[in-house]
Design a protein around this ligand. Structure first.
Ligand SMILES: Cc1ncc(CO)c(N)n1
Length: 222
């Protein structure tokens, strides 16, 4: 059987579940999350998105074909033209000004995660980089779907975090997630067991760093 994206999730199922079903996610879903925790998370996520844009620029540099270059360009533009703008106005609604965003120190969890992704891409090839990016792209889409399946999740005006869930369940984000899975399925079909094992370690480590990112939000750690 050729490898596919699903096999990366199944290689270390405990880590994947701890990320998707993290207490931060559960509390966000039922509306009980402390606003301070969400604000801390939002601020660090702004810094995360900036480094993420750099990762797509690195993907362009690592692209061997025109199709890969165009895909990296789309990812970069999606962050710079859409996501960051949305993030800045969403932060404003939560009382965080653009000026504050521009003067934030990076929390250690943000530094560790983003620089891990960039270093993995620098050392490796485009597939290594995409595997390092995939817990982010695929995880948040999966989190929105998991929350929607749970009876504990509160949707609508009763939940102050409803707009966050709406963003990641949107057709736009879910479509980007499916495209990423499709790209990875095609590439993983050709890898050897040894190469798959290497890639699964990258996937596991990026997933663990996503868990630390949620912990950072809950614990307000810097
Ligand atoms: C930490 C983190 N992971 C994933 C996403 C999804 O884009 C995000 N915005 N932030």
């Amino acid at each position: 059987m050729p490898y596919q994206f699903e096999d990366l999730k199944n290689a270390f199922p405990t880590e994947w579940r701890d990320y998707i079903e993290h207490s931060f996610v559960q509390q966000l879903g039922n509306g009980s999350l402390a606003p301070e925790a969400f604000q801390h998370y939002l601020k660090q996520d702004y810094l995360f998105l900036i480094q993420f844009a750099r990762a797509y620029a690195l993907a362009a540099y690592k692209s061997p074909t025109l199709a890969d270059l165009l895909q990296a360009k789309d990812g970069l533009l999606a962050i710079l033209d859409t996501e960051l703008g949305l993030h800045i106005s969403y932060c404003k609604e939560w009382g965080i000004s653009e000026q504050e965003l521009n003067n934030l120190p990076e929390a250690r969890a943000t530094l560790a995660y983003t620089r891990y992704v960039l270093d993995t891409g620098n050392r490796g090839d485009l597939l290594d980089l995409h595997v390092a990016l995939s817990p982010c792209m695929v995880g948040y889409g999966e989190i929105a779907n998991w929350l929607n399946r749970r009876s504990e999740t509160l949707r609508g005006e009763g939940n102050p975090y409803d707009a966050w869930i709406a963003m990641y369940e949107s057709d736009e984000f879910q479509g980007a997630m499916q495209a990423e899975i499709h790209w990875l399925d095609e590439r993983l079909a050709d890898v050897t067991p040894t190469r798959f094992e290497q890639l699964s370690h990258i996937f596991r480590d990026a997933t663990r760093l996503e868990i630390d990112f949620w912990d950072m939000g809950l614990n307000l750690s810097d």
